[in-house]
Design a protein around this ligand. Structure first.
Ligand SMILES: [Zn+2]
Length: 325
């Protein structure tokens, strides 16, 4: 009998695939199972030496933020703008918002958080996003990441704990996981812990690569987001729904947010180029670029196709918004 899907338990018709380590180009093969029922791709056996595939040099480099102290009037204006970006009415904020580029994170927070929301970033590394949110006026910010060397206290209200999902304390209004959920060993158990940490009416945002996507179907094991063996699970809408239900949650919304990289990096994997070399194939690298780098028009085409796929719900990564059922 074939191995059972660790998400839905299905044993019928599951298929094996053997993608290679290509971030560093080590080309070691790993067995993955694709569930015939929920579509989830999952590594057959988690390697004992998984840490080896996360070389720590500079990966989570901790840099103290600039201790630039902004004057009170500037802080006040910035907070007005943040309120406007969050969807709250403010004349001053609207005027400032009209002349500023709205950062991407407001797509996630708008209508779901306020400046006073308790925000938790799980798998946040050194906490770069939390530091941005602190500057914008958010007041309750915490990060957790089991792979940092030690707890970090930035002295400005932002703290990062060296902890995994199962060790979280407290309740939060907005919990976010930006491309960390595909790395967890036991997604069902992790999601139950996240559900417990979520305040009533809180939102859990999980951003992950998705296997029920155009790029996965087009590129197969050369799909760059497969990322063997680091991505232990490549979820689908179905597997996320099953996990959510198992944790007493429901999916309140799905927004696809894939980029042109699903084409550029997957095309480079077809050519056998390791991920760490991909920067040299950008059309804007000038003298640093490889002679066979992408042409600008080709690059622009990748971005346009990604936007089109996102509109159709076919992009290779998505934001899942979960809440208690
Ligand atoms: Zn399954």
């Amino acid at each position: 009998m074939a191995a059972a899907c660790r998400i839905c338990g299905n044993t019928e018709g599951n298929q094996a695939f053997f993608p290679k380590e290509m971030m560093f180009g080590w080309r070691e093969e790993f067995e993955y199972l694709e569930c015939a029922r929920c579509g989830c791709l999952q590594i057959a056996r988690i390697p004992d030496d998984l840490a080896k595939y996360y070389p720590s040099d500079g990966y989570y480099s901790y840099k103290a933020p600039k201790r630039k102290r902004d004057p009170a009037w500037l802080l006040k204006l910035r907070h007005e703008r943040t309120r406007y970006f969050l969807g709250e009415f403010s004349v001053v904020g609207a005027a400032l918002g009209a002349i500023s580029r709205r950062p991407e994170h407001f797509d996630w927070l708008r209508g779901r958080a306020s400046l006073d929301s308790r925000i938790l970033d799980v798998g946040c590394g050194a906490g770069g996003l939390l530091l941005k949110l602190q500057r914008e006026g958010f007041r309750s910010l915490l990060g957790a990441d089991p792979f940092i060397q030690a707890d970090i206290d930035y002295g400005n209200g932002v703290k990062i704990l060296k902890r995994g999902i199962e060790q979280l304390d407290g309740r939060y209004d907005f919990i976010m996981l930006h491309h960390s959920f595909e790395h967890v060993r036991d997604p069902a158990s992790s999601l139950r812990s996240l559900a417990l940490a979520l305040a009533p009416k809180g939102t859990l945002l999980i951003r992950v690569p998705v296997a029920d996507s155009h790029a996965r179907r087009t590129y197969g094991i050369q799909w760059y987001q497969w990322d063997a063996p680091r991505h232990l699970y490549l979820h689908t809408r179905k597997s996320m729904q099953l996990l959510a239900a198992g944790a007493g949650m429901e999916i309140a919304g799905v927004v696809h947010d894939s980029s042109g990289q699903q084409f550029s990096s997957s095309e480079l994997y077809l050519r056998g180029v390791p991920y760490i070399e991909h920067g040299k194939y950008r059309p804007d690298r000038g003298s640093d670029a490889r002679p066979d780098a992408f042409e600008q028009a080709e690059w622009d085409g990748f971005q346009a196709r990604a936007a089109e796929l996102n509109r159709k719900g076919e992009g290779d990564s998505a934001c899942f918004y979960l809440r208690a059922r």
